[in-house]
Design a protein around this ligand. Structure first.
Ligand SMILES: NC(=O)c1ccc[n+]([C@@H]2O[C@H](COP(=O)([O-])OP(=O)(O)OC[C@H]3O[C@@H](n4cnc5c(N)ncnc54)[C@H](OP(=O)(O)O)[C@@H]3O)[C@@H](O)[C@H]2O)c1
Length: 355
């Protein structure tokens, strides 16, 4: 017996926005049985994250993340159902997530005995939407909590935080956590719809659409007349440059990411003009990589996930929101990924392959 499978193969290293030339959809037949000591999984959901663009590179270039290998299946954090198990720890019907980004962009995934320890069972019966395990209770949630509470922290009530890409997976969580800690929260976002979402649904104190108000210096003066205590940077480029000049003396800048630069060649990247402000304003600029926590401090990851779970379970989920942008069908993955890398998403980008 065999199964008809479809997979996205990393076919070519891109120089700009990835297309179907770089991620190719292929069909194959696979055995319908789990291998000896292994698992056969059906993929339900997969997360698309900006860092994946950085993994689509020449593996000789070493960074914090592993490079995808040309010819191999694209992979990330995902949620799968066990179809067949030859490992006593798993039974048919279990819902599993990987400890690291090892769910394949395939309809079915064959997990060898050696790979089984990478997977862990999550509860499907506690009322928490399954997709949350790759969002607010997964890597983005851990990123937001760790960076705000540990990297930027301690945060103080009354401080003002500016967050870029504020309506996205990480931004929306950072903003809500900051509000819970008594901060004044201001967001920079790429559409009026996102302004409405963060101010009216998430309770941000203010937000602006940088596509309509592209002068960051003027926008910061208008929406943050008191000055920035913490700038939470998801984007890099001109908004970071403006933040160097507009953050208060002794202020903090948290560098979470630089999505505006990911599709550019090194020589095309934005050249910063205000670095001199770092010493003049005695700024603390801190970068971090969540993966370090997953690898070196799994116990902290567990604690953070527990904290986030308490927040999303409170009041039946009404007091801590998490917006998702779910696209169905493996064949639509590239379009969704392009949307993430160009700001077309409204919330955490998730692919749904099956239910
Ligand atoms: N350090 C870490 O360990 C870590 C972990 C997770 C994520 N990150 C970083 O956190 C950032 C946000 O990730 P996320 O998963 O939460 O994504 P996201 O915010 O859900 O989606 C990306 C958002 O970035 C903005 N954007 C996209 N292209 C842009 C461009 N060319 N210029 C300016 N803005 C652009 C868009 O928002 P607008 O429409 O509002 O512009 C888009 O919706 C990324 O930089 C990511 O790499 C870092």
């Amino acid at each position: 017996m065999s199964l008809q499978n479809q997979s996205l193969i990393f076919a070519k290293i891109p120089t700009g926005l990835p297309t179907s030339e770089h991620l190719r959809l292929i069909s194959s037949e696979i055995p319908s049985n789990a291998p000896a000591g292994g698992l056969l999984l059906q993929t339900l959901y997969l997360s698309l994250d900006p860092y994946m663009r950085g993994c689509m590179r020449d593996p000789k270039i070493k960074t914090y993340s592993d490079a995808y290998i040309v010819g191999k299946t694209f992979s990330n954090y995902g949620i799968s159902r066990v179809i067949e198990s030859n490992d006593m720890r798993f039974t048919r019907g279990d819902i599993v997530v990987p400890r690291i980004a090892k769910t394949e962009f395939s309809l079915y995934q064959v997990v060898s005995a050696a790979e089984v320890p990478l997977f862990t069972i999550v509860s499907a019966e506690n009322g928490i939407p399954l997709t949350y395990y790759i969002g607010v209770l997964g890597m983005p949630g851990v990123t937001a909590y760790h960076s705000l509470m540990n990297v930027a922290g301690p945060v103080k009530s009354g401080e003002t935080i500016l967050i870029s890409a504020a309506a996205g997976a990480v931004g929306q969580i950072v903003g809500q956590l900051a509000k819970l800690n008594g901060l004044r929260v201001v967001g920079s976002v790429g559409s009026d719809e996102k302004v409405k979402f963060v101010t009216e649904e998430l309770g941000f104190d203010a937000a602006w659409n940088y596509k309509k108000e592209p002068d960051y210096y003027a926008a910061i003066d208008k929406y943050i007349p008191e000055g920035i205590d913490i700038y939470y940077d998801n984007v890099g480029g001109p908004i970071l440059d403006a933040a160097f000049a507009k953050t208060k003396v002794y202020g903090r800048i948290i560098s979470c990411g630089a999505i505006s630069q990911y599709n550019l060649l090194p020589e095309e990247r934005y050249g910063y003009k205000n670095l001199v402000e770092i010493f003049q304003r005695r700024l603390t600029v801190k970068g971090f990589i969540t993966r370090d926590l997953f690898v070196n401090h799994p116990e902290s990851v567990k604690e953070i996930k527990n904290e986030m779970a308490k927040l999303v379970e409170k009041d039946g989920g009404a007091s801590f929101l998490f917006k998702e942008d779910i696209t169905e069908g493996i064949e639509n993955t590239i379009t969704a990924f392009q949307g993430l890398l160009t700001g077309k998403n409204n919330g955490k980008v998730i692919m749904k392959f099956s239910s």
